[in-house]
Design a protein around this ligand. Structure first.
Ligand code: HEC
Length: 486
């Protein structure tokens, strides 16, 4: 309400954030959090072989450095850019929610940014000094210690962010006492951290296995022990990942019960929830079988099979993130702010005075007889556009048409009776926030857009902003006058 609204009518705002965020989580978990500790450990193990088998130690170190090159490139490009991209896209799409999160987590955010910058600097130094560190033993020891610090920092950034992500799902006692600690140590914090940590380690091992298939191909002497050790890593972390997943899996329904009002929604969720169980079992079993194979008979493990665990684990993490997003709806911040960026506590105000009356950046402060389409458009923007487009992904016109018997017509009366009930039909939609006149205007707008296929819905980035209340502008002028401006 207090921000101009960015909008992508073709791609959809939800999809923009989802694409960037999922890419980021995959890179962050598999590479930064999980892969780095394995690389540092492998570097150390190679270093220990320098006396007994200098030839193997040199090849070993070279292979590990080369797989780290891939990790280095991906984390500092895709990883770092999508990390910044999440906050950029979130502040464009839902500035109100980010504003609230920053108020609660100001210090955590600040700390996170410092740690993140250090992480990127450390990863650069760690990789770029690798060759030079081989010149003396003391330099190599220092390099490995440095790597250890990098590992800790990578985990810490995740440990902080998980606090914020878990808070968005379940604010716990924060809604009552509003302290930083009650927000950060929310009911889902530990379950998520205990689940994500071993999962990241598994993914790091699985990613290393994939890279070894390429980079150790020509050096069978190093390939055998490297594949064997990496498989052992996967074997050790998989049971912990399974326990973490089970813990989390059992925890979700409790969080759901608190968050979700309707039986229909719970049923839809249960389908996803049980499919998650299947994905967990398949991912764990496959990882164990391949890791056992790689550990016992590394020479016989074909390259193609070495690519499987990372693929399966990515599907696993992808499904998990989907469920995580799913259980949070209709809120962007559990029990506090709906996904449309409106606070629950402000709803009575909007219903009494109208949504438009409280919006800053609209050109129609109220619905009148001759502005219904323009006012309806603003209502759509405020109440629906964070999740729906007019003509693109999750198009509101298509959704309403799909509900009609022939799949092609819009029925204004049916739409008007549906919208006030929509949050009961699909729990992931917030209740409609406006007045009866605003509801009529919204329906007029959707019908108008269906008839005028050439009209589009641009966001503030394309068409600029209008300020609703002239009084506001006038008050500003008055203030300037009082301030003694010439
Ligand atoms: C928090 C995100 C969100 C908001 C806000 C939201 N919706 Fe939805 N809506 C959804 C999702 C998700 C679906 C289901 C899409 C699917 O399953 O294909 C949906 C489905 C629908 C459907 C089809 C329902 C059915 O039973 O088939 C209609 C109609 C609809 N929305 C209208 C609206 C209108 C009008 C608004 C604004 C007043 C709105 N929605 C606000 C997320 C949202």
């Amino acid at each position: 309400m207090d921000f101009p609204l960015f909008h992508l009518d073709f791609f959809g705002n939800r999809l923009l954030i989802a694409t960037i965020a999922i890419l980021h989580v995959l890179v962050n978990h598999a590479l930064a959090v999980g892969f780095l500790p394995l690389v540092v450990l492998l570097e150390y193990l190679g270093f220990r072989k320098r006396r007994t088998d200098p030839g193997l130690a040199a090849t070993w170190d070279d292979v590990v450095r080369r797989i780290m090159l891939v990790g280095f490139i991906i984390t500092t490009t895709v990883g770092a850019m999508t990390g910044v991209g999440i906050w950029l896209s979130a502040s464009l799409v839902n500035p109100a929610s980010l504003g609230s999160l920053i108020r609660v987590f100001y210090g955590a955010w600040f700390t996170e940014w410092i740690i993140f910058i250090l992480e990127v600097v450390f990863i650069m130094i760690y990789f770029l000094t690798w060759r030079k560190a081989g010149e003396s033993e003391t330099a190599k020891v220092r390099h490995i210690r440095f790597g250890t610090a990098l590992v800790i920092f990578s985990w810490l950034t995740m440990a902080i962010i998980v606090g914020i992500l878990a808070f968005m799902m379940d604010t716990g006692s924060w809604t009552a006492d509003k302290t930083f600690i009650s927000g950060f140590v929310n009911p889902l914090y530990l379950p998520q951290l205990l689940f994500r940590t071993p999962l990241a380690m598994m993914m790091g091992g699985a990613f290393a296995l994939l890279l070894l298939a390429f980079f150790a191909r020509r050096t069978p002497d190093a390939r055998r022990p490297l594949v064997s050790f990496t498989s052992l890593w996967l074997l050790v972390w998989t049971p912990m990942g399974a326990v973490g997943a089970a813990y989390y899996y059992l925890f979700i329904p409790d969080a759901m019960v608190g968050n979700l009002p309707t039986a229909v929604g719970t049923m839809a969720f249960m389908d996803w929830h049980s499919s998650l169980l299947t994905v967990i079992l398949v991912a764990v079993l496959l990882s164990v079988i391949i890791a056992l194979w790689g550990f016992l008979a590394p020479r016989r493990l074909p390259g193609v099979v070495m690519a499987l665990p990372i693929i399966v684990l990515m599907v696993f993490l992808g499904s998990f993130e989907r469920i995580r997003e799913f259980i949070r709806k209709p809120y962007v911040i559990g029990d506090y702010m709906y996904a449309n960026g409106l606070r629950m506590a402000d709803y009575p105000l909007y219903r009494r005075d109208g949504l438009l009356a409280h919006a800053t950046y609209v050109d129609t402060p109220a619905v009148t007889a001759d502005n219904t389409v323009a006012a309806g458009r603003n209502v759509f923007m405020l109440a629906c556009s964070r999740c729906h487009t007019v003509r693109g992904v999750n198009s509101v016109i298509t959704k309403f048409k799909d509900m009609s018997s022939d799949g092609r017509t819009l029925d204004p009366a049916a739409m008007k009776s549906y919208i006030p009930k929509m949050h009961n039909v699909w729990f992931y939609m917030p209740p409609f926030p406006g007045t009866a006149a605003e509801l009529d205007a919204l329906v007029d707008y959707i019908i108008h857009m269906d008839k005028h296929a050439d009209e589009s819905l641009p966001g503030a980035q394309d068409e600029g902003v209008a300020v609703a209340h002239e009084e506001v502008a006038r008050t500003d002028e008055n203030r300037r006058g009082e301030g003694g401006a010439p």
